[in-house]
Design a protein. Structure first.
Lengths: 186, 186
């Protein structure tokens, strides 16, 4: 079960861990791999940017302390939510371009291929509609990031632009990048 | 004669006048029309951004003060440069996308159609090559901005993407936006 909610100040460590891990891999986003925690969080929590986290329940059975003379209590089931993904939603441009949303998604490596990305993307599309955005645009989908490409296509995004050699992949060298777009109005 | 040079602190008033005028028109750039002087200049002189100005010589003939007992001096021709345009050059993305340049150009309304835009664009392409960029990308060329479109096509840019209805034009409503791209390597 994935719960997606607005990010708070107390989520900053978990978010930075995911951003840091994603940037270190350097094969999906055009972020500076030396971006500091401070810079990354200033970006993620920037003005006009809505940040969210995805949590899963890692249920743990806690053994409460026993005190002499008390009855043995039953084990307490504690909710122990773990943040496994984060995304941001914001206008892609200002002024005359502010009706088009932009979003960026990151999933912790240990939670890849478990539906977290899809869950966040569906949540994000609903949030964008709720806020009145008329479309959503991804400016920089690296063509070698096949899982992301498939997910966006399944969710109704189309490739509307191809940027030749616009990403330098750590293993594959210069690869194409796609601009993807989908309308949010009927 | 147009001279193009790196912008300095003393150019800030002239640059703001051009940005303010361009934003007020609101038909070419997706900037917030209420963007303040401070915000605009922070953007134009942002980290990693190279800002330039284009000057023309508005020659003026100065009449120096005459002092009794001195010979009548000949009129002094003063150079009186006027800033008529400004542009910025920067990486379009960080990290794996930092080899692609991005640029934005603004020309004062009274100097439109006088070659200032073309002069700045050619200067910009040369600067981008000098800095080692491998390509240049414009993320947001409004399809109704025909003079700009023609200029970019003449300078070797191609439309590599079309964003449907991505700009709300103050008179024409929702219009398409182009992503334009050109290589800078042979």
């Amino acid at each position: 079960m994935i719960e997606i909610r607005t990010a708070t100040e107390t989520d900053r460590d978990a978010i930075w861990n995911i951003i840091h891990e994603t940037n270190a891999a350097g094969d999906t986003y055009a972020f500076d791999p030396k971006m500091s925690r401070e810079e990354a969080l200033a970006y993620w929590f920037g003005p006009g940017t809505h940040a969210y986290v995805a949590e899963v329940d890692a249920e743990s059975v806690g053994e409460p302390d026993s005190f002499p003379g008390t009855a043995t209590p039953s084990p307490i089931v504690e909710r122990n939510p773990v943040i496994v993904g984060t995304y941001i939603l914001r206008p892609n441009q200002s002024g005359g371009g502010s009706h088009v949303a932009n979003a960026a998604f990151m999933v912790a490596s240990h939670a890849q291929r478990s539906g977290v990305g899809r869950g966040m993307a569906e949540h994000c599309l609903a949030e964008a509609r709720r806020m009145g955005f008329r479309a959503m645009q991804f400016n920089f989908v690296v063509s070698t990031n096949v899982p992301a490409l498939h997910l966006w296509e399944q969710l109704g995004f189309k490739i509307v632009g191809t940027l030749p050699g616009a990403f330098h992949h750590p293993e594959k060298g210069y690869v194409d990048v796609y601009v993807m777009y989908r309308s949010l109005v009927p």
